[in-house]
Design a protein around this ligand. Structure first.
Ligand SMILES: *[C@@H]1O[C@H](CO)[C@@H](O)[C@H](O)[C@H]1NC(C)=O
Ligand SMILES: *[C@@H]1O[C@H](CO)[C@@H](O)[C@H](O)[C@H]1NC(C)=O
Length: 460
């Protein structure tokens, strides 16, 4: 269904002194954790700008009051469920649950959350199940950054919302009516939609849960390229969750929302189904963003294949090199990448084995991967993963499909009947860097016409 990669360049200074407000970290585990841990230890510290992460306690100590974005990823052990959460002072959903244990190999899960935190708050990660990590893939990782540093402080638009109900109204927006963060008041709880306050690039990430055996196909709508997150697989014998992240090019007044196309979205008071986002508009810095998609499935045989993306939608700040199918850092900085993939129904190519690779001075090395070796799934479903990568100017990042991977993608989005691009495999990036260039607030690229407008349904 999809491959998404999303990237935010948080910082432009390669080393030495960082100014106040520059906070980003990315840590991972070099080995599995075979039992639940109240404080999961992360022994690999890949990025720690602003020293917010304390390696001695494996905790993140909030340096400034404000909004932070976190990406938590976990490797799920064979035949096991998953329970992992960010332990935090607020009650905003940040946990990943999977009661499904009908698997015969490992799998990958991730979730993005935005939290409103106070100076001095201490955050750790707790697990209630074993997790898989280590090797090159480093499946269990945690990263985050100070979101406000990447936005125009005068005019921020940030939201986090969730639902605590089961939702099954077909072809209607999922009502994320428990709104926890709404800076700028652009998220409308009555419709479950984010409304663009002006022409902008919006970052949207959402998570939906499914009960045992239930399918859930959702589409993220708002601009000309709706994307889909679909679990058609029914092999799960308990609750499961999937996430998807997108960049939308919105015109003022556009609504961005998650629509249920098939099946059912499960949630309860643990807020397993949620939606977060922000308007990506750096104050003094140039935007850096790309959004690229695959328009067809890919089976990788015995030799690895570098993933090629046929549909390039958002390219700002000269980050995406279409000829090479790579992100090329326009300048040094920390870039945030989010990868979303879809597994095919299990067959010869039933695995997901994809690596994010960085080329530094001509030498490639694996940053981490997305893995599914379980072979029980009987239809497609989604996997996701986030990475924070320090890149020097000119460093390249790309995705490699390893042998026997089967990635699903097509041009069909359920419930969408206007002229459109319908990508299923998506590679996406968004960044900002500290170039001394004033912000361009007219961000619409490649979207001459907006044909889709969402009108919220009547209240009764
Ligand atoms: C950055 O912008 C400031 C204010 O416009 C200017 O004074 C300074 O010279 C610029 N620095 C560089 C390296 O261009
Ligand atoms: C916003 O985008 C629309 C559609 O591209 C364009 O017509 C309009 O002029 C833009 N508005 C601003 C303020 O840039």
């Amino acid at each position: 269904m999809l491959v998404a990669l999303l990237c935010i360049c948080v910082l432009g200074v390669p080393s030495g002194v960082y100014s106040q407000g520059q906070v980003a970290f990315f840590v991972s585990r070099s080995s599995d954790a075979s039992q639940p841990e109240d404080t999961l230890e992360f022994d690999n510290v890949h990025v720690n700008i602003g020293n917010g992460f304390d390696p001695s306690t494996s905790s993140f100590v909030v340096p400034f009051t404000g909004h932070y974005l976190f990406s938590l990823s976990a490797g799920v052990a064979s035949g096991s469920g998953l329970e992992i959460e960010i332990v935090q002072p607020t009650s905003v959903a940040s946990d990943i649950y999977r009661l499904n244990d009908n698997t015969n190999g490992i799998d990958t899960r991730s979730r993005i959350v935005i939290l409103d935190l106070n100076d001095g708050d201490v955050l750790t990660v707790r697990t209630g199940t074993p997790v898989v990590s280590g090797d090159e893939a480093l499946l269990t990782s945690w990263g985050g950054f100070y979101l406000e540093e990447a936005l125009d402080a005068e005019d921020m638009s940030i939201f986090a919302a969730a639902t605590d109900e089961i939702y099954d109204d077909q072809l209607a927006p999922v009502m994320f009516n428990d709104v926890m963060i709404n800076v700028g008041e652009d998220f409308e709880d009555l419709s479950g939609a984010y409304q663009a306050p002006r022409n902008c690039t919006a970052f949207i990430s959402y998570t939906v849960a499914q009960q045992a055996g239930e399918i859930a196909v959702t589409t993220l709508k708002g601009d000309l390229s709706p994307t889909e997150l679909s679990r058609m697989d029914t092999s799960h014998n308990g609750l499961d969750m999937q996430s998807r992240t997108s960049l939308l090019e919105l015109v003022v007044g556009d609504f961005a929302y998650v629509e249920l196309a098939r099946g059912q979205v499960y949630s309860d008071n643990r807020h397993m189904s949620s939606m977060v986002g922000f308007m990506y508009e750096p104050a003094e810095n140039q935007q850096t963003a790309f959004t690229v998609h695959r328009t067809a499935s890919l089976n990788v045989g015995e030799d690895p294949i570098d993933l090629v993306f046929q549909n390039v939608r958002t390219t700002e700040g000269n980050l995406w090199d279409e000829g090479q199918n790579m992100a090329v850092a326009p300048q040094a900085g920390i870039y945030f990448f989010q990868v979303d993939l879809s597994a095919q129904q299990h067959n010869t190519y039933g695995e997901v084995n994809v690596d994010l690779i960085q080329i530094v001075d001509g030498s490639p090395s694996v940053i981490g991967g997305v893995r599914r070796t379980s072979k029980i799934h009987n239809e497609r479903d989604g996997l996701s993963r986030g990475f924070f990568v320090y890149m020097k100017e000119g460093d390249q990042v790309y995705l490699r499909g390893n042998p026997m991977s089967g990635l699903f993608s097509d041009l069909d989005v359920v419930g969408y009947d206007l002229p459109r691009i319908k990508e299923q495999i998506l590679f996406k990036g968004l960044g900002h860097n500290n170039a001394n260039i004033s912000c361009n607030k007219r961000l619409i690229i490649n979207a001459p016409l907006k044909m889709i407008r969402y009108i919220p349904p009547p209240l009764n």
